[in-house]
Design a protein around this ligand. Structure first.
Ligand SMILES: Cc1ncc(COP(=O)(O)O)c(C=O)c1O
Length: 380
């Protein structure tokens, strides 16, 4: 990559620092205990078909910005589900069902979490009921149904699908396997997060380089806080942690900026579907509030270009299948490097070993094809 890259002009929307930063392994592991994290790894690493996902060296991008290493955890290879979500919902199903073959599990989902719950149920011979809103594409619905789930489509948005799920599950005695917490509903979200933390256990064994920076995509904050808990459990040195969100759904950023949970009214759904959430979940917030250094938001512009560049192998020697929620990890690093002040304040330099989470592959195949073709147009 020489000077004159398409991404040289890319810039972020907002960037904030956490005035309450005070990383404490002890506090974090009180929220998500070591025993939960260890049990998740012990269980999941024994599942049929388990393999670590690749940790790819984005050698072309690190050379371009003169950083030591950029690692990309490629979750498109996670079982057959093509996203990190495979680790969470399916593990919670296993724990909650605890060998009982008679229960029916349910959840509300934007896509990937529901697929994980459906797959987790199918693995154990259980029935599943998956609630989706109008916003979930037909191709995602078909995909979830292919794991033996009954799909229940609900009028309205994600919140409406969650309300319907809670109501019908309570009436019918189905076990709700939800990835978000509410009052007196914290165990399942914690189990889900414990499953996600397996990514960090793998990374701790996949490289000897100390990670100095992690860029973490957030929706309700489940993945980000699980990774942070994994860092507290497995990493010797604590990296700088930067949360990334769509500008239209920057609830973590707003909460960090206000030093208290702050809801965001989503006026326009981002193309980064899994990250289009207006409210941080309660359990993740307990971890995130003191342990992230910075938050950054970005627009949907250039998602398609980034997806196409990943596929063409323009950041690394490997070609990577990365979906709409994988792209913002790379984009936010690019944007941070493009801005002198941010680059300096984050200490991004030739000693930096950056970790990015490529959280999904082509989980929505129709959208992925559209992004590739749009992206290829811009790269002509
Ligand atoms: C596919 C997908 N869904 C959802 C999310 C958000 O996860 P959470 O809602 O746990 O923050 C991400 C990444 O952040 C993602 O890649």
């Amino acid at each position: 990559m020489q000077s004159g890259n398409v991404f040289d002009s890319w810039s972020h929307n907002k960037f904030v620092s956490n005035q309450k930063y005070n990383f404490s392994r002890e506090e974090i592991l009180k929220v998500l205990p070591k025993s939960f994290i260890d049990d998740a790894y012990a269980s999941i690493s024994n599942w049929e078909g388990y393999k670590r996902t690749p940790l790819i060296d984005l050698n072309k991008l690190s050379k371009n910005y003169n950083l030591n290493k950029i690692f990309y955890k490629d979750e498109s290879k996670r079982f057959k589900l093509k996203s990190f979500k495979a680790l969470g919902g399916a593990y919670a199903v296993e724990k909650i069902s605890a060998g009982n073959k008679d229960i029916i599990v349910s959840t509300a989902t934007a896509g990937n979490h529901g697929k994980s719950v459906a797959w987790g149920a199918q693995r154990l011979g259980l029935k599943s009921k998956i609630f989706i809103s109008e916003n979930v594409s037909e191709s995602r619905a078909r995909d979830i149904a292919s794991f033996g789930a009954e799909i229940i489509r609900v009028d309205g948005n994600y919140d409406d699908s969650l309300k319907a799920c809670i109501k019908q599950s309570t009436e019918n005695n189905w076990e709700i396997i939800q990835d978000v917490a509410w009052q007196d509903y914290e165990l399942v979200p914690k189990l889900t997060m414990s499953g996600y933390s397996v990514m960090i256990k793998e990374i701790s064994e996949q490289t000897k380089h100390y990670i100095t920076h992690i860029f973490l995509q957030a929706g309700v904050g489940g993945m980000a806080s699980a990774v942070i808990a994994g860092v507290a459990r497995y990493f010797k040195r604590i990296p700088r942690i930067i949360i990334i969100e769509p500008e239209s759904a920057d609830c973590v950023l707003a909460s960090i900026d206000n030093s208290k949970l702050t809801k965001v009214d989503i006026k326009k759904e981002s193309i980064m579907g899994g990250m289009s959430c207006g409210e941080v979940s309660l359990v993740p917030w307990q971890i995130i509030k003191n342990s992230v250094n910075n938050c950054l938001s970005l627009s949907d512009d250039n998602i398609a270009t980034t997806v196409a560049m990943l596929a063409r192998g323009e950041f690394s020697s490997d070609k990577i299948i990365g979906g709409e929620c994988s792209a913002p990890g790379i984009m936010s690093l690019i944007m941070s490097c493009n801005n002198k002040k941010i680059k300096q304040s984050l200490d991004l330099n030739e000693k930096s070993n950056v970790l990015l989470i490529g959280c999904e592959g082509d989980t929505d195949t129709t959208l992925y094809k559209r992004l590739i073709s749009l992206g290829n147009e811009t790269l002509k």
